[in-house]
Design a protein around this ligand. Structure first.
Ligand SMILES: Nc1ncnc2c1ncn2[C@@H]1O[C@H](COP(=O)(O)OP(=O)(O)OP(=O)(O)O)[C@@H](O)[C@H]1O
Ligand SMILES: [Mg+2]
Length: 238
């Protein structure tokens, strides 16, 4: 099984500003790993560094045994790594269908586009109903579903999601999380989830990491961190 991600001693940031320091992280093939942390902790920066959108100042990122440092973001997608960015970032003046098709822009996935599209419309019936609608007119939950489906169109072996529950009503959060939790089993992929919805994220994660000011301060089984008094005090308001 592929989709194995391993970071060792990674540092990254913006220009002179170092945001992440000494990051060791592993997502096993078929695993669901969560990173939790407050606003500004560096969660989005971490995903950007993995996706090749910002360079690493130190350390290595390996995906299925290949070091990603010399690959472009386009090549990284081609290797099976996809990201659902914060807020989904759909093209608002394009239809749901057009947005989904863009997810399969990589030459390696183009031949499978029709098949994947059919799969996505089956997996997300709400998108099938809305397929000719402009993405900008979708509800928050529908938009998040569309963003996830778009990322899945590239047939990733590792899917990274940046706060997919942000701004969603509790019922919608449950729907989105149920779907995410099922991905490893359903599509044989690994998932790296960044969340501020700590309770739900820890419940579904095999392993979770706590990010504070750009460094991991804790790591453990999701369920163990739920029982950790420090995590409860800082992130669960208990
Ligand atoms: N393009 C940028 N240039 C300079 N600094 C940035 C840039 N993007 C983010 N930062 C800074 O890096 C730090 C980490 O930001 P990041 O977006 O990774 O946090 P986050 O954990 O995703 O927060 P949130 O939960 O609010 O999304 C913050 O201090 C932020 O101001
Ligand atoms: Mg963020």
């Amino acid at each position: 099984m592929s989709g194995h991600l391993k970071l060792a001693g990674v540092a990254a940031g913006y220009g002179q500003v170092r945001v992440l320091r000494d990051i060791d992280l592993e997502v096993p093939a078929g695993g669901l790993v969560a990173v939790i942390g407050a606003n500004g902790a560096g969660k989005t920066t971490l995903l950007r560094a993995i996706a090749g959108l910002i360079p690493c100042a130190a350390g290595t990122i390996a995906f299925d045994g290949t070091v990603l440092a010399r690959l472009s973001d386009y090549q990284i997608v081609g290797r099976g790594l996809a990201m659902v960015p914060e807020g989904g970032r759909l093209f608002p003046f394009m239809t749901v269908l057009e947005n989904l098709e863009l997810g399969a822009y990589h030459s390696g996935t183009k031949p499978h586009r029709k098949r994947e599209l059919a799969d996505m419309l089956e997996l997300f019936p709400i998108l099938a109903d809305r397929r000719r609608q402009m993405a900008g007119s979708l509800s928050g939950g529908e938009r998040q579903m569309c963003a996830i489906a778009r990322a899945l169109m590239s047939r990733p072996t590792l899917l990274m999601l940046d706060e997919p529950s942000l701004g969603l009503a509790p019922m919608m959060v449950e729907k989105v999380f149920t779907l995410i939790a099922g991905l490893p089993r359903l599509r044989g992929m690994s998932v790296l989830l960044v969340e501020q919805n700590v309770q739900d994220a820890l419940e579904m994660a095999d392993t979770a990491y706590v990010l504070e000011r750009g460094m991991f301060v804790k790591c453990g089984a999701g369920k163990d961190l739920l029982d950790d008094p420090e995590v409860q005090g800082a992130y669960l308001g208990l």
